[in-house]
Design a protein around this ligand. Structure first.
Ligand code: 9MR
Length: 344
C-alpha cells in the first residue's frame, strides 16, 4: 500500500515537472491594451486562437488591412479579409488597431498608373474608403508608416512624396484620415527609432513639424523591432524623448531577434537571451513609466516565435526566438521580461 502511494506521488511529481508552465494572461497584468498581430489564416489554428485570446486585448492586422491586399491593380477594393479580422476582433472582445494607410514600401500599381490631379483625388478616396470603413471600431490607424530614411538622415523619397510633396503627402494623409474617422488616434509609425538615435531624432523632428503644420497627428508609433545589441539606456532615452509631445505612444510591433545577420557571431545562446531580455525589459519599463494617458498599447508582432516574419524566408535558421511564446505555445524568457516589467 505504502509503495503504491509513493509511486502515485512520484507520478504526480513527474507530471508536474513535464507539464508546460501556464503563464498568467498577459492582458491581466496591464492597465492598457496588450496587442498582437493576426492574419486570417491563423483563425483556424486552435493553439494560436487560445494564446491570442487568453493573453491579448488588441489586434493589428499583419498585412490584410494594407493597400497591398485591399486595393486591386485596377483601383477596385476587396474587403473580405480585413472585414474578417475586424469581425474576429469584435467577436473576441479585442480592440482593433488598423494599419496601414500610406506606406512608401507599397507604391501600388494603381497609384503608379495615375497622373496629375487624379492622383490626389484617388489618394483621398483610398484613405476615405479604408479609414471610413472601420470608423467607430478602429481605436487607431497607422496613417503614415516608415517615412524616415533608412540611415536616419532625412525622409524617404517615394511615389507619394514625389506626387504630393515631401511633408505634404503626410499632412494630406492625416487630414483625410481625420475627416474619414473623427475618433481614431492617428499615428505616425516607424522602426529603428531606438536602435538608431539619429533616426529617432529625425522622426521626432518630423512629428514636431507636422504638428506645427496643423496635421492631426494623434500618436507616436515605435515599431520596436529591437536590436538587442544596442547600449543599455538607449531604448529608454528614446521613449522619454518621444513622450515630450504628450501624445499617446504605441509600441506597435515589438520583436527582438537573437540573430546577427551577415557576421560571425561568437555569442553563446545564454548571452543572446540575456541581451534580449535586458533590452525588452528596458523597453517595457520605459513604457510603464509613461503617464497612463500616454500608454496607447503595447503590441508584439506575432504570437509564437514560429508566427514571426523573422522566421520566414531565406535568413531563417529555424532557431530564432523573437516573441513571447515558443512553437509549443510555452512562454519564452522574453515573456517573463515583459510580464515582470508589467507587474513591477
Ligand atoms: O509581418 C508583415 C508581413 O507579414 C507582411 O508580408 C509585410 C508586408 O505587408 O509586412 C510585415 O509587417 C511589417 C509592418 O507592416 C511594418 N514594419 C515592419 C514589419 C515587418 O516587415
Amino acid at each position: 500500500m505504502a509503495s503504491t502511494l509513493a509511486l502515485a506521488a512520484c507520478d504526480r511529481n513527474a507530471a508536474a515537472q513535464s507539464a508546460p508552465r501556464v503563464a498568467p494572461p498577459l492582458k491581466s497584468l496591464a492597465a492598457f491594451p496588450v496587442g498582437t498581430c493576426a492574419m486570417t489564416g491563423q483563425f483556424d489554428d486552435p493553439q494560436w486562437l487560445e494564446l491570442a485570446t487568453r493573453h491579448f486585448s488588441q489586434l493589428t492586422p499583419e498585412w490584410e488591412m494594407k493597400m497591398e491586399y485591399i486595393l486591386l491593380a485596377d483601383g477596385r477594393r476587396r474587403w473580405d479579409a480585413p472585414d474578417r479580422i475586424a469581425a474576429f476582433a469584435r467577436g473576441h472582445g479585442l480592440r482593433l488597431h488598423a494599419t496601414t494607410l500610406i506606406w512608401y514600401a507599397q507604391d501600388h500599381p494603381w497609384f503608379k498608373s495615375l497622373t496629375g490631379e487624379r492622383f490626389g483625388r484617388e489618394y483621398d478616396r483610398w484613405i476615405a474608403d479604408a479609414a471610413g470603413r472601420y470608423a467607430g471600431q478602429a481605436a487607431g490607424w497607422d496613417v503614415v508608416n516608415e517615412p524616415v530614411a533608412e540611415d536616419g538622415d532625412g525622409l524617404r523619397d517615394c511615389l507619394y512624396s514625389r506626387a504630393l510633396g515631401q511633408d505634404g503627402y503626410m499632412i494630406r494623409a492625416f487630414e483625410q484620415a481625420r475627416a474619414a474617422d473623427p475618433q481614431a488616434v492617428l499615428f505616425l509609425n516607424d522602426y529603428n527609432l531606438e536602435n538608431n538615435p539619429r533616426k529617432g531624432a529625425t522622426f521626432l523632428r518630423l512629428v514636431e513639424r507636422l504638428l506645427k503644420a496643423g496635421a492631426p497627428v494623434g500618436g507616436i508609433g515605435t515599431q520596436s523591432h529591437l536590436d538587442i545589441e544596442i547600449p543599455a539606456g538607449q531604448t529608454a532615452a528614446f521613449i522619454r524623448e518621444a513622450a515630450q509631445f504628450g501624445l499617446p505612444i504605441h509600441v506597435s510591433e515589438l520583436d527582438a531577434s537573437l540573430r546577427r545577420d551577415g557576421a560571425f557571431d561568437p555569442r553563446t545562446p545564454k548571452q543572446k537571451r540575456d541581451q534580449q531580455t535586458a533590452r525588452v525589459a528596458e523597453l517595457t519599463e520605459a513604457f510603464m513609466a509613461l503617464p497612463p494617458a500616454q500608454r496607447y498599447a503595447f503590441t508584439v508582432w506575432g504570437v509564437r516565435d514560429t508566427d514571426s516574419w523573422l522566421r520566414r524566408g531565406d535568413k531563417d535558421d529555424g532557431k530564432d526566438s523573437p516573441l513571447l511564446f515558443d512553437a509549443s505555445g510555452a512562454p519564452t524568457p522574453m515573456f517573463d521580461a515583459v510580464a515582470g516589467a508589467f507587474s513591477r
